[in-house]
Design a protein around this ligand. Sequence first.
Ligand SMILES: CC(C)(COP(=O)(O)OP(=O)(O)OC[C@H]1O[C@@H](n2cnc3c(N)ncnc32)[C@H](O)[C@@H]1OP(=O)(O)O)[C@@H](O)C(=O)NCCC(=O)NCCS
Length: 379
Amino acid sequence: MTTSSASRAGLEGVVATSSAICYIDGARGVLAYAGHDIHDLAREAGFEEVCYLLWHRRLPSRAELGALKSDLAAARRLPEAMLRLMRSLPVGHPMDALRTLASALAHSDPEADDRSPAAAFRKAVRLTAQVGSVVATWGRLNAGGGVIEPDPALDHAANFLLLLTGERPSAPAARALDVALVLHADHELNASTFAARVTAATLSDIHSAAVAGIGALKGPLHGGANAEVMRMLLAMGRDADDARIDRVVRDMLARKVKVPGFGHRVYRTEDPRATHLRRMSKEIGERSGDTRWYDMSRRIEALMKAETKIDANVDFYSASTYYMLGIPIELFTPVFAVSRIAGWTAHVLEQYADNRLIRPRAEYIGPEHPQAFTPLDRR
Ligand SMILES: CC(C)(COP(=O)(O)OP(=O)(O)OC[C@H]1O[C@@H](n2cnc3c(N)ncnc32)[C@H](O)[C@@H]1OP(=O)(O)O)[C@@H](O)C(=O)NCCC(=O)NCCS
């Protein structure tokens, strides 16, 4: 057995599969979905277009995009059984609720047992539509509101905000979330996508793979970081002066505590997604006449750069962006899943299309073999 790569901590730098979905050049800060640069997509494309791109590896025609939007709209309304289940769950972390509810979606899926590629694709579309509705409706119920009907005339991001707040969002707010969904939709073999692919490679179903992805995303080293960023900003206090901000960050660094929203396994320069989220955080702040969270974020970013040379990642400015969009902090990580479900399902479909069980080896470092066996009554 070869141990050189198997024993590499965190599988850093290990190429574990081939994929035609997402390209990252960490040294140059390049991210592209099926060859399309993330900067073009963030400026020009909407989330549904990106879903099509990830699933089909090409941009849709107007008719193809219209058909996908109709399919998503048709699947967005949650079955009554899901709403009942949602109401019966004890209050807890929304990622726990999402994990349970995404699993429960399989029970009401008409093609749950159909393993054909065509059915798997239709399930990918339904899951993408429904995960948005689940997260928004969960957020609304927990805030004491009633269930809102999706509006087929609105796109995915606008529907999310409608279902969450009960109000039709402004065009800038809907577009801001739309861009955030575009930016989060896929990121090659990140931890949650790897978990989803490993699950799919056993030929388990797409709902199980999505649940595996959700479980992996929850952790603070992955999708949980965006909520941690906002908690850090709030703990500093919106009235914090620069000296206090610097003190808090320096103290974290001195205690070897990771500052949330910084660092990346792959990027060695600015995460190209952070470029857009920084701009959006600034724009939303300026529009509302309150750039405090953006200004504080800039200060933290400058200090981190000066002290550690570590760049902000996708989670850093998504925190203030979501907060200013009125999204509750507990929903930040679930919102990541609302977008990443597109990438997870694209990877699962790719895995199914050319599958081999993913089963690596471990370098054994335990007690020497063989150990003498002492019967229980003599131990
Ligand atoms: C993303 C992350 C998990 C990558 O982890 P990794 O590739 O295993 O990198 P490491 O944790 O080994 O970090 C490498 C070095 O940078 C430092 N570093 C990395 N991220 C840091 C952060 N956010 N704050 C302070 N120092 C950091 C580490 O302390 C380490 O320094 P050392 O070599 O002196 O020990 C890590 O950067 C992190 O925990 N970031 C904060 C959480 C976060 O924002 N996650 C979202 C990622 S999109």
